[in-house]
Design a protein around this ligand. Sequence first.
Ligand code: GRG
Length: 294
Amino acid sequence: MNFIKKLKNWQELINNRLDQALPAAHVQPKQLHHAIRHSMSAGGKRLRPILVMAAHEIFPGDLDPMPAALAIECIHTYSLIHDDLPAMDNSDLRRGKPSCHKAFDEATAILAGDALQPLAFEILSSFYFDDPELALDLIQILARTSGSKKLVGGQMQDLLAEGSTPDEEILSYIHTNKTAAMIEASLQMGFRIGGKGRDMEKISLIGKVGNSLGLAFQAVDDLLDITQTSDQLGKDAHHDNQSGKVTWISLKGKDEARRLAREHSDKALESLTSIGGESGFLSELIDYMLNRKF
Ligand code: GRG
């Protein structure tokens, strides 16, 4: 199957499985479940769940990686809902639709994000119940990644740095923790479920793939923010400059951001090659993410 067809198939499958995993919109409190579904429903690229599937495919195992893919999307979507809030990035548009607090209200958006976090861990603990060691490893990866030293810490530092003089060390901290950590965790979770999920050397390499891919992804994201329109991105464009964000572009300019994106992407491919196995799709995905337009 060609790359794009497989990507679309996985996106569709993930959307269907998310639909089944989320509480139905008619379940009380309806407003909360509507809000969760509003933010979760089609529009996201589903990159992180696709990375879970692609990492599992390198050395496939007997267990289904899809529940882990859904769990990471729950955490990612919660982080987007909270990031859009007026107290954080104050964005009106997300995934081509009004952001959660615009479509509902701030309290509902906070609660929708809150509810998605335990849902992620409920999914992991229920689906991998028969393999408690695996379930615990997956829960640990996701809990650590979404905690105060990674995702939340990166977000905190991002907010603290707003309007400040750009500083390379702080910017690296933000990108590593706010963006790359979740991409790294996606690959680690998918790989852990697969057939060589306990091979320490390969686990370290897949972590390196994730870190480099995450840094490339963020550099491309910064570039898209200045080159694309809100319509094309499905979220507020030119937002970084308006909100005084420190980015590679504010620090070193557009050409350097592009060069960095390529460099990190090449590093990701290099580490991936050392892992071996069935990595064709993931390697095409790394290229695709570098050249994406939204
Ligand atoms: C609120 C704890 C907390 C964290 C928020 C996700 C996030 C952290 C902030 C959003 C702003 C931003 C630029 C984050 C960097 C990562 C990123 C580009 C997220 C958007 O991911 P995509 O492009 O989104 O994969 P879709 O909608 O396609 O899933």
